[in-house]
Design a protein around this ligand. Structure first.
Ligand SMILES: [Zn+2]
Length: 140
Protein backbone atom coordinates (compact mmCIF):
# COMPACT_ATOMS: atom_id res chain seq x y z
CA UNK A 1 0.00 0.00 0.00
CA UNK A 2 1.28 3.44 -0.84
CA UNK A 3 0.15 6.80 0.40
CA UNK A 4 0.27 10.14 -1.37
CA UNK A 5 3.56 11.89 -1.98
CA UNK A 6 3.24 15.68 -1.69
CA UNK A 7 5.88 17.75 -3.51
CA UNK A 8 7.49 20.39 -1.27
CA UNK A 9 9.70 23.34 -2.17
CA UNK A 10 13.05 23.87 -0.51
CA UNK A 11 15.07 21.67 1.76
CA UNK A 12 14.16 20.04 5.05
CA UNK A 13 14.81 22.38 7.99
CA UNK A 14 16.30 19.63 10.16
CA UNK A 15 16.88 16.42 8.16
CA UNK A 16 16.62 13.15 10.10
CA UNK A 17 19.81 11.25 10.77
CA UNK A 18 19.99 8.11 8.68
CA UNK A 19 21.74 4.85 9.36
CA UNK A 20 22.08 1.73 7.24
CA UNK A 21 19.12 0.37 9.21
CA UNK A 22 16.79 3.41 8.92
CA UNK A 23 17.62 3.87 5.22
CA UNK A 24 15.01 1.18 4.47
CA UNK A 25 12.34 3.25 6.24
CA UNK A 26 13.28 6.49 4.49
CA UNK A 27 13.55 4.84 1.06
CA UNK A 28 9.97 3.64 1.60
CA UNK A 29 8.72 7.05 2.71
CA UNK A 30 10.19 8.59 -0.45
CA UNK A 31 7.79 6.35 -2.39
CA UNK A 32 4.80 6.95 -0.09
CA UNK A 33 5.28 3.61 1.63
CA UNK A 34 5.24 3.51 5.43
CA UNK A 35 6.88 0.55 7.13
CA UNK A 36 8.04 -0.43 10.54
CA UNK A 37 9.56 -3.46 12.23
CA UNK A 38 7.69 -6.52 13.49
CA UNK A 39 9.20 -9.02 15.88
CA UNK A 40 9.44 -12.61 14.68
CA UNK A 41 9.44 -13.89 18.24
CA UNK A 42 6.61 -12.01 20.05
CA UNK A 43 4.84 -10.79 16.85
CA UNK A 44 4.57 -7.21 18.13
CA UNK A 45 5.29 -4.14 16.04
CA UNK A 46 7.00 -0.97 17.18
CA UNK A 47 7.47 2.54 15.86
CA UNK A 48 9.88 4.00 15.05
CA UNK A 49 11.44 0.90 13.45
CA UNK A 50 14.08 -0.76 15.57
CA UNK A 51 16.68 -3.48 14.91
CA UNK A 52 15.93 -4.96 18.36
CA UNK A 53 12.38 -5.66 19.59
CA UNK A 54 11.68 -3.27 22.52
CA UNK A 55 9.14 -5.72 23.95
CA UNK A 56 11.20 -8.94 24.20
CA UNK A 57 14.69 -7.87 23.06
CA UNK A 58 14.76 -10.30 20.15
CA UNK A 59 16.82 -9.37 17.10
CA UNK A 60 14.50 -11.39 14.85
CA UNK A 61 12.73 -8.37 13.39
CA UNK A 62 11.50 -7.84 9.85
CA UNK A 63 9.87 -5.01 7.93
CA UNK A 64 6.08 -4.82 7.72
CA UNK A 65 3.84 -2.37 5.87
CA UNK A 66 1.66 0.14 7.69
CA UNK A 67 -1.63 1.45 6.32
CA UNK A 68 -0.67 5.03 7.11
CA UNK A 69 -4.17 5.53 8.53
CA UNK A 70 -5.18 6.40 12.04
CA UNK A 71 -6.83 8.96 14.30
CA UNK A 72 -5.46 12.25 15.59
CA UNK A 73 -4.85 11.70 19.31
CA UNK A 74 -3.22 15.02 20.25
CA UNK A 75 -2.08 18.21 18.55
CA UNK A 76 -0.69 21.63 19.29
CA UNK A 77 0.32 24.67 17.30
CA UNK A 78 3.91 25.84 17.64
CA UNK A 79 4.18 29.64 17.55
CA UNK A 80 7.71 29.99 18.97
CA UNK A 81 9.85 27.11 17.73
CA UNK A 82 13.50 26.25 17.33
CA UNK A 83 15.47 28.54 15.00
CA UNK A 84 15.75 25.80 12.36
CA UNK A 85 11.95 25.86 11.93
CA UNK A 86 11.49 29.65 12.05
CA UNK A 87 10.41 29.79 8.40
CA UNK A 88 7.60 27.30 9.09
CA UNK A 89 6.02 29.16 12.04
CA UNK A 90 3.31 28.73 13.07
CA UNK A 91 2.98 24.98 12.47
CA UNK A 92 1.09 22.08 14.01
CA UNK A 93 2.55 18.94 15.48
CA UNK A 94 0.68 16.05 17.00
CA UNK A 95 0.39 12.40 17.84
CA UNK A 96 -1.45 9.96 15.57
CA UNK A 97 -2.80 6.64 16.78
CA UNK A 98 -2.22 4.36 13.80
CA UNK A 99 -4.76 1.65 12.96
CA UNK A 100 -2.01 -0.89 13.71
CA UNK A 101 -1.89 0.23 17.35
CA UNK A 102 1.22 2.41 17.43
CA UNK A 103 1.60 6.12 18.08
CA UNK A 104 3.49 8.40 15.70
CA UNK A 105 4.60 11.93 16.51
CA UNK A 106 4.48 13.98 13.34
CA UNK A 107 3.73 17.30 11.70
CA UNK A 108 -0.02 17.91 11.27
CA UNK A 109 -0.55 19.47 7.87
CA UNK A 110 -4.07 20.88 8.24
CA UNK A 111 -6.71 21.78 10.83
CA UNK A 112 -7.79 18.21 11.59
CA UNK A 113 -9.58 18.00 14.94
CA UNK A 114 -8.81 15.47 17.67
CA UNK A 115 -10.33 12.00 17.12
CA UNK A 116 -10.77 12.64 13.38
CA UNK A 117 -9.37 10.09 10.90
CA UNK A 118 -6.00 11.06 9.43
CA UNK A 119 -3.60 9.63 6.88
CA UNK A 120 0.17 9.87 6.68
CA UNK A 121 1.52 11.57 3.58
CA UNK A 122 5.09 11.60 2.32
CA UNK A 123 6.59 15.07 1.90
CA UNK A 124 9.09 15.14 -0.97
CA UNK A 125 11.55 17.95 -0.23
CA UNK A 126 14.38 18.78 -2.61
CA UNK A 127 16.91 17.03 -0.34
CA UNK A 128 14.84 14.05 0.76
CA UNK A 129 11.60 12.85 2.32
CA UNK A 130 9.76 13.66 5.53
CA UNK A 131 6.19 12.83 6.41
CA UNK A 132 3.16 14.41 8.00
CA UNK A 133 -0.49 13.69 8.67
CA UNK A 134 -3.63 15.23 7.26
CA UNK A 135 -7.38 14.64 7.40
CA UNK A 136 -8.22 11.35 5.68
CA UNK A 137 -10.61 11.52 2.75
CA UNK A 138 -14.09 10.36 3.76
CA UNK A 139 -14.03 7.47 1.29
CA UNK A 140 -11.01 5.70 2.80
ZN1 LIG B 1 9.52 -9.20 20.42
Amino acid sequence: MTNDVQQMTGKRAYPPRKSEFTQVFWDGVAQGRFRTTKCGKCERTSFPPKPICPHCWSDQVSWTDLSGHGVLYSATTVHAGPAAFAADLPYRVGIVDLDEGMRVATRILDDTKLDEPVELVALAYEDGPLYGARRAPADK
